[in-house]
Design a protein around this ligand. Structure first.
Ligand code: GLN
Length: 316
């Protein structure tokens, strides 16, 4: 299939929709991102690539990081993770606290904020020290390990954290602090709330382009093994399960709607990015900062809907 004309056609058609969403405004560093931007990149399991628009522009990956930290935490403690976080769609906003009380501090799934903070806590408690570069400070080491994982899956050492976004997340992170404190009160946090949040805010502040994200996610399209380098990242059954969680939980309370419209495992972030996996075929990422009411990229979702229609890539 010739992907380039399909992507260019989508970029043409998406223009009028770029001004329809609202840029995330909970922190100044995201609020000032220009809304009318669009990029998309696809990489297939055979290594073919296609891209359109601002596919090389880096943006804040935000919650898309949750897929990668989930992968890391499963690698560290395996199925024990499921004692501390569920695998059901929440049907609530990404930062909702309501279910946490009813469900005794066990978040519904690892792709909402509360679940991702537990996952971060697991990474902190079980952090490795790659190459013996440990700083002696747990938070710094965990942040470095997460960044190293993103760089190695994307095969790009230039990937970095946007410090301003990280600091501003911390300065405005009252809701995330309450989620973490709540879980701590139920005994579902091993590290201090401050330390876990520090790591969580830094993982959200990783800046990547569509092209880098699609490359980083490619192992999930190929049974857990990077089809280009041949390196195994996770087992086939784990890759299948991470994809299942992306499909059912990757778009918060719009996960059902995304499955209905696009039909692919996907994970969105409030920076306007969406990572999508086409099992056995490709990984792709789209970015447009205007968000819909659920905090998912408005034009990005529309673009993926067009792509799924034109390629027949829906898994259904
Ligand atoms: N940094 C954001 C937060 O924690 C991430 C949320 C998101 O991308 N949906 O609120």
């Amino acid at each position: 299939m010739d992907l380039q004309p399909i992507l260019d056609g989508i970029a043409d058609k998406i223009g009028p929709h770029l001004s329809e969403g609202r840029v995330a405004d909970y922190i100044p560093a995201l609020a000032r991102v220009e809304r009318e931007q669009f990029g998309m990149a696809v990489i297939t399991c055979k290594g073919e690539t296609a891209q359109t628009g601002a596919a090389d522009t880096v943006f804040s990956i935000q919650s898309i990081s949750k897929v990668f930290t989930l992968t890391m935490a499963l690698g560290k403690i395996g199925n024990d993770l499921w004692e501390r976080v569920g695998r059901e769609p929440s049907g609530s906003a990404f930062n909702s606290i309501i279910q946490l009380e009813r469900e005794h501090g066990i978040p519904r799934n690892p792709l909402i904020n509360a679940g991702a903070i537990v996952v971060t806590d697991v990474i902190l408690s079980n952090r490795a020290d790659p190459g013996g570069r440990g700083s002696g400070e747990a938070g710094i080491d965990a942040i470095r390990e997460i960044l190293d994982f993103m760089r190695s899956t994307a095969h790009d050492e230039t990937i970095a954290i946007d410090r301003e976004v990280a600091e501003s997340e911390a300065a405005h992170g009252f809701r995330n602090a309450s989620l973490a404190n709540f879980m701590k009160s139920f005994g579902n946090m091993e590290n201090s709330v401050e330390r876990a949040l520090r790591v969580y805010f830094h993982q959200c502040a990783i800046a990547m382009s569509c092209k880098q994200l699609a490359r980083a996610g490619l192992f999930l399209a190929a049974d857990g093994r990077d089809p280009i380098s041949g390196k195994r990242i996770v087992t086939p059954s784990r890759a299948r399960r991470i994809n299942a969680i992306m499909l059912t939980c990757g778009h918060y309370d719009a996960s059902g709607d995304f499955a209905f419209k696009v039909g692919l495992p996907g994970k969105s972030g409030v920076g306007g990015g969406i990572l999508c996996i086409v099992p056995d075929i490709a990984a792709l990422a789209v970015w447009s900062p205007g968000l819909n009411k659920n905090g998912n990229s408005h034009a990005g979702t529309l673009a993926l809907e067009m792509l799924a229609r034109e390629t027949g890539w829906s898994i259904f």
